[in-house]
Design a protein around this ligand. Structure first.
Ligand SMILES: Nc1nc2ncn(CCNC(CO)CO)c2c(=O)[nH]1
Length: 295
């Protein structure tokens, strides 16, 4: 595939977008399954007002989504009075994109001026206390793909984005997580809102029982195929991060389970929770923008 894009190529994309919309977003939202990446009507991305939708294929050199149901477009507009940009459809490593290409939209959103990234995803619940339909506030991640050296920052570093060796011990903003728990209580969601550790596997296959047992032993609460590399890229260029997983199935950790993980149930749970997610995320956008304005 194409060698890594230069800073100038990313500026070309953000400049193109700045001519196509008058919105100057301060918060970027990555919509996972259930957030409008699949079901469009009624999803969060569809509740953005003054919406200007720009399909990925219209943006010079931007990647295009290939996952069944992921409609690829950037949605610029407002949530409440907050200018935002939402990614309807994200890029996954299993589609064949290198991680730097999956994360390219994060750098473009940085160049558009976002200060905060809300990354949502669907994930398998590994923590036995999690139920299908729960939301997990991500308080940390384990970069399983990075353990093998597969990292979006692999290769030459461009200091214009960030440092060669970025720290990751404060990747998931503490203040945002406190706000998210407060809002969960206010919305009477605290019985389904959890907090835990997320990990990303390359996919596209779901995990084996032995793999899930290993991940459970090392402290993983939810398993997915995204988000970790996007968060690393966001932290590298000093974007504040909030991560949220929708638990769409219970990880199968024994051999006599009569079910198998499947994509359909992921989409179905996403559909079931999109109204709640829409309300919750809209509140978080408003609260996060409020505290950032005080800085
Ligand atoms: N056990 C398990 N359950 C899950 N539910 C959603 N995802 C996130 C991956 N989603 C894929 C396939 O649905 C589409 O991006 C996962 C996962 O990776 N593992």
């Amino acid at each position: 595939g194409h060698k890594m894009y230069s800073y100038e190529m990313l500026v070309e994309m953000s400049d193109y977008l700045l001519t196509k919309t008058k919105i100057r977003p301060i918060i970027g939202i990555i919509c996972g399954s259930g957030m409008g990446s699949y079901w469009k009507d009624g999803s969060l991305a569809e509740t953005i007002t003054d919406a200007e939708k720009i399909p990925y294929e219209e943006i010079p050199n931007f990647p295009v989504s290939t996952v069944e149901g992921h409609h690829g477009r950037l949605v610029f507009g407002r949530l409440g009075d907050v200018p935002v940009v939402a990614m309807q459809g994200r890029f996954h490593y299993y589609e064949g994109y290198p991680l730097w290409k999956c994360c390219l939209p994060i750098r473009v959103m940085k160049l558009l001026g976002i200060k905060t990234l809300i990354a949502t995803n669907a994930a398998g619940g590994l923590n036995p206390n999690y139920k299908i339909g729960d939301l997990m506030i991500v308080n940390d991640h384990i970069n399983m793909m990075g353990f093998a050296g597969n990292n979006p920052l692999h290769g030459p570093n461009d200091e214009r984005f960030g440092p060669r060796f970025p720290p990751m011990n404060k990747a998931y903003n503490y203040e945002y997580r406190q706000i998210a728990k407060k809002v969960a209580k206010e919305l009477k969601l605290d019985n389904i809102v959890k907090e835990g550790v997320y990990t990303c596997l390359g996919g596209p296959n779901f995990e084996t029982v032995a793999e899930l047992r290993m991940l459970k032993m090392v402290g993983v609460d939810a398993v997915g195929m995204s988000t970790v590399h996007e968060v690393i890229t966001a932290r590298h260029c000093d974007i504040k991060v909030f991560g949220l997983s929708l638990i769409t199935n219970e990880c199968i950790t024994n051999y006599d389970a009569d079910t198998e993980a499947n994509h359909e149930e992921v989409l179905d749970v996403g559909r079931m929770r999109q109204e709640l997610l829409r309300e919750y995320i809209a509140r978080l956008v408003s609260e996060f923008a409020k505290i950032e304005r005080t800085k």
